[in-house]
Design a protein around this ligand. Structure first.
Ligand code: PEP
Ligand code: MN
Length: 372
């Protein structure tokens, strides 16, 4: 059961303390409290874990300060929507992330030189983009490939982000120690920007890493679906993050591995955007770069990466994670799929147009559609 408290109730309130007292009569139940300063309201939830069939929903709902009690029958206890719950949403560095917001995380697959990182940040600023993607730790198929500059690049990277008013960098971590290194570098440089920790597809079921990013509450997490996992397995894995206390999660679709996707690198799975939004309370991101794997153009002159960006955005994606490089031929990682940086304004214009169309269509449907 999930008990949702009224918006004014906090963990210090008498109503909350009285509820905990009431629940003491069920000593076999584990009580987990989730407090989330959401975008629109303070959300205080009390989760009863274990056999809760003897707890009366009616009685709980009659207690002061309780807004409603929900019998949880489906999976994904914390991230799940359970049919009635509103999306979680969170705010980070002044930006709002929920199932209505829209952000673009554009930048380098792998940070290589200061000049290239600076060129990206400068272009983002000139085009009014507040978030970047920047890989410092790279999970490569071959141990002999470039593994990323690691912690050495973090101080100058964060300072450069601050210089160009980039508020947030999305950065993959492969190990718990990377979280500490990011924390240290931010501390050392006086927090010029924020960081969203990315869990890559190869670590989608690395439960210890998921628990580590879940235990800390400083950084939100962008979790990428496992490329060989069912959606259910990936959602369960994302639940690991929330189960440790961090519910600031963005769920990212990035294609799945099957030869049926050939000649693209992976099969695009963006039809799952509305599914994830229905099953969970998380904002959903799409990554068009990795499933396509190259910057080829279709006969209409539009790159496949643009076409699939549109596929994800038109079905309601809340964010796009996409790779650019000032000189793609010289990129040390994923060069073939990097869009030339000079094309950033065009890509943004294209993507925002699709987003506007989605919003218009959403309005049209809400005015005209029939029930169910
Ligand atoms: C990346 O974003 O650069 C990356 C390695 O992505 P994925 O984990 O989806 O392959
Ligand atoms: Mn990449």
């Amino acid at each position: 059961m999930i008990i949702i408290m009224e918006p004014h109730v906090t963990q210090e309130s008498k109503e909350f303390k009285d509820l905990l007292k009431y629940l003491e009569r069920f000593p076999h139940l584990k009580v987990k409290v989730i407090e989330n300063k959401g975008v629109t309201r303070n959300l205080l939830e009390v989760h009863l874990i274990g056999e809760d069939y003897m707890v009366s929903q009616e009685e709980i709902e009659s207690l002061p300060g309780v807004e409603k009690a929900i019998k949880v029958t489906t999976k994904y206890r914390l991230i799940g929507r359970h049919g009635v719950l509103k999306d979680l949403g969170f705010e980070y560095k002044g930006l709002k992330f929920d199932q209505d917001s829209f952000h673009i995380f554009a930048g380098l697959c792998a940070v290589d030189t200061q000049e290239n990182a600076e060129a990206i940040f400068k272009a983002l600023k000139e085009n009014g983009v507040e978030c970047a993607r920047m890989g410092a730790y790279k999970p490569r198929t071959s141990p002999y490939d470039f593994q990323g500059l690691g912690k050495e690049c973090l101080p100058w990277l964060f300072e450069l982000a601050g210089k160009y008013d980039v508020k947030i960098i999305v950065m993959e971590v492969l190990d718990k120690s990377h979280i500490e290194e990011i924390q240290e570098a931010l501390e050392k440089t006086g927090h010029p920007c924020g960081v969203i920790l990315q869990i890559g597809t190869r670590n989608a079921q690395n439960f210890e890493l998921l628990k580590a990013v879940g235990r800390q509450k400083e950084f939100p997490v962008l979790y990428k679906r496992g490329y060989g996992l069912s959606l259910e397995e990936s959602l369960n894995a994302a639940e690991y993050i929330a189960s440790e206390g961090n519910t600031k999660i963005i769920f990212c679709l990035r294609g799945v591995r099957t030869h049926l996707g050939d000649p693209h690198r992976n099969l695009v799975d963006f039809a799952h955007v509305p599914v994830v939004k229905r099953l969970t309370r998380l904002p959903v991101c799409i990554d068009p770069s990795h499933p396509i794997g190259s910057r080829v153009k279709a006969p209409d002159g539009i790159r496949d990466i643009y076409h699939v960006t549109a596929q994800g955005v038109i079905v309601g994606a809340n964010a796009v994670l996409v790779e650019f490089h000032p000189c793609p031929e010289r990129a040390l990682c994923d060069g073939p799929q990097a869009i030339p940086l000079e094309e950033l304004p065009l890509y943004l214009e294209y993507t925002y147009k699709v987003r506007e169309t989605y919003l218009e269509l959403k309005k049209l449907i809400s005015e005209r559609s029939t029930k169910d």
